[in-house]
Design a binder for this molecule. Structure first.
Ligand code: SAH
Ligand code: SF4
Length: 363
């Protein structure tokens, strides 16, 4: 039986992480509670790291009970955790309906970056990616997206906070547009996680209209465009949705993003051994990058069990980078983290919660 689009929509439960100060104020005023309760509750949740209403000791017991009854707080259980030797920690979260999603803490260079998912599974199905192998299970709500960032913040300890949040986990954020934007706003807000917009990155496989819509939101977030190939022909072999849009159209949308926000777009390019890593590919990519204000992030492919693609040699990566730089491109190689755990997005989830264990502890 084919599923209707509504089968993929997120459950409508509104939890605390879905609320804004305004919506919480409206709810509490219906309950005849004073407005100052709003900042007390948000402070407990986002600053003090409370995980249950009972910990909010300056609220009355009856209000705590009412909140617990009507406004779900944490909705996920931690179904698995893997810790890499380099400190990268991946958490598998299980939601009430049995769906699971992944989030990762990537520490390093004085940063603590949370990598979070926007959907359960992915509808795009790029041929090299574990996330889309089984298609889209369902959307995540804004609150569930925010909750992942909180679950990662818990790993940072009491005195450390997240410095960056990247939407590079499971799913295509711009195919869950309103939940993604609402989550970005909460992650950015002073009353929320308080992370500067420039420290928030949304990565997209390239949804042209939504990229323009995002530009019009006038947020100062970083937009990363997963290009992965310098020609439409090759891109369409790797990314099924590339059939819907040309590289030229994506470049125009990226230029629009820069014009509206003043933020340079990052072009992500997975280097897959023998597929898109030749010198000719590098020259073509350089032409695309130089046609707009952009920088290039090279990601050596992380092999996935059951998929035929290979990581390029160290030599091939360095040659590709050198060609881009010689062509005048601002390019970097993203250092692979957590290679001793299932670090590529979607891998831990596919392995299944029951078989997840803590593998290696950092020394
Ligand atoms: N759907 C969005 C965001 C999630 S994927 C997008 O595609 O941009 C985030 C990044 O991880 C993308 O650039 C994606 O191509 C990359 N990625 C996926 N599988 C990978 C793998 N096996 N090795 C390295 N990078 C991978
Ligand atoms: Fe989806 Fe991104 Fe993976 Fe492609 S790379 S299947 S768009 S998560």
């Amino acid at each position: 039986m084919t599923e209707s689009p509504s089968d993929k929509s997120a459950p409508t439960v509104v939890g605390l992480f879905d609320h804004t100060p305004d919506s919480l104020r409206d709810l509490l005023s219906e309950w005849k509670e004073p407005a100052f309760r709003v900042s007390q509750i948000l402070r407990w949740a986002y600053v003090d790291g409370a995980t249950e209403y009972d910990a909010m000791t300056n609220l009355s017991k009856s209000l705590r009970e009412k909140l617990a009854d009507r406004v779900p707080f944490y909705q996920s259980k931690i179904a698995g955790e893997q810790v890499s030797k380099d400190g990268t920690t991946k958490r598998l979260l299980a939601w009430g309906d049995g769906a699971t999603s992944e989030c990762v803490l990537i520490p390093g260079d004085g940063r603590r970056t949370a990598c979070i998912s926007s959907q359960v599974g992915c509808p795009v199905g790029c041929v090299f990616c574990a996330s889309g192998l089984d298609g889209l299970v369902r959307q995540l709500t804004a609150g569930q997206i925010v909750e992942q960032a909180m679950r990662i913040r818990q790993l940072c300890g009491d005195d450390a906070r997240l410095s960056n949040v990247v939407f590079m986990g499971l799913g295509e954020p711009l195919a869950n547009y309103s939940a993604t934007i609402q989550a970005v706003r909460t992650i950015n807000a002073e009353w929320g996680l308080g992370i500067g917009a420039r420290k928030i990155t949304v990565s997209t496989v390239g949804l042209e209209n939504q990229m323009r819509r995002l530009a019009d939101e006038k947020l100062q977030i970083t937009l990363a465009l997963s290009l992965h190939a310098p020609t439409d022909e090759l891109r369409r072999e790797l990314i099924p949705w590339a059939d819907r849009v040309s590289i030229n159209a994506l470049v125009e949308a990226a230029k629009y993003y820069f014009d509206k926000t003043g933020r340079e777009v990052t072009l992500e390019y997975i280097l897959i051994g023998g597929v898109n890593d030749s010198t000719a590919h590098a020259h073509s990519l350089a032409r695309i990058s130089r046609s707009m204000r952009s920088n290039v992030n090279l990601i050596p492919y992380n092999p996935i069990d059951g998929l035929p693609y290979k990581r390029p040699t160290h030599h091939a990566v360095q040659d590709f980078l050198a060609t881009l730089v010689a062509d005048g491109v601002n390019a970097h190689v993203r250092v692979s983290r957590g290679l001793d755990i299932d670090s590529a997005c979607g891998q831990l989830r596919r392995r299944g919660a029951d078989r997840v264990e803590i593998t290696v502890r950092p020394s």
